[in-house]
Design a protein around this ligand. Structure first.
Ligand code: SAH
Length: 231
């Protein structure tokens, strides 16, 4: 008998790639929130992309998902989560479920996640993946997230994962006091992450962070649906 290294039967072959992602793309670029780093080290990102992209799932880039949408670059996801200053007791509204990857991360970082997606097939796909991973504190909904989700408001945190021309009014209105809203705002080509903090007094404070590039937020209080320019 040789002295081989024992292997767990359910070992995830992507664990080393995920660790590298956390070290080289997140920690090396200044992501410091311990809980965000742990969550990104734990959630299997490859489970949210097409098997054809598994080998690239932990790369330093966005990847295509269904319906011409994207799963954001790991660093941008981590940056948004860090800026949101999530706590384990929080109720979170997410706009733009997409593959459900960020939803799965939010589910680890907060108490309850309410997530809205405008493309029905994406809602179904995300629902299947989240169930398969045993995530149970998430409620998904098909609809226009620019009008928020009044039923469960107010939310301690609101995260928008698509590019908006401005902060939709309903999302402001559905944020708790205190509360934090994170959203990419700008043109179609590039945006900046904006963080809007609602103080207990009701006063608003906004801050602008680094540049990013998201697919457009399409809906009643954002870009018209379908998008304004097709090249
Ligand atoms: N965070 C996702 C990626 C989001 S991509 C992930 O981890 O996979 C942006 C998503 O926002 C797309 O799926 C797009 O369909 C959705 N979207 C665009 N406009 C929307 C709207 N008004 N309401 C809800 N979802 C919207």
């Amino acid at each position: 008998m040789t002295n081989g290294v024992p292997l767990a039967a359910d070992a995830d072959p992507f664990t080393p790639a995920r660790r590298r992602m956390v070290e080289e793309q997140l920690r090396a670029r200044g992501i410091r929130d311990r809980r965000v780093l742990d969550a990104m080290g734990a959630v299997p990102r490859h489970a949210f992309v097409d098997p054809g992209y598994h080998a690239r799932a932990y790369g330093d880039h966005a990847l295509p998902s269904e319906q011409g949408q994207t799963i954001s670059q790991p660093y941008i996801v981590a940056r948004m989560l860090e800026l949101a200053e999530l706590e384990a007791t929080h109720r979170v509204l997410e706009i733009g479920t997409g593959t459900g990857y960020q939803t799965a991360l939010l589910a680890r970082l907060a108490d309850r996640v309410y997530s809205v997606e405008r493309v029905p097939s994406l809602v179904r796909g995300a629902d299947q993946r989240l169930r398969a991973l045993g995530v149970s504190n998430v409620i998904l909904r098909h609809g226009d997230g620019t009008i928020g989700w009044q039923e469960f408001a107010p939310y301690d945190r609101v995260l928008v994962a698509a590019a908006a021309p401005r902060v939709p009014e309903s999302l402001r209105a559905q944020l708790a006091e205190p509360g934090v809203l994170v959203i990419p705002v700008g043109g179609e080509e590039r945006q900046h992450l904006e963080v809007w903090r609602r103080e207990p007094s009701g006063r608003w404070e906004g801050r602008r962070y680094g540049e990013c590039r998201f697919v457009p937020l399409l809906g009643r209080d954002a870009w018209p649906d379908p998008p304004p320019t097709i090249e």
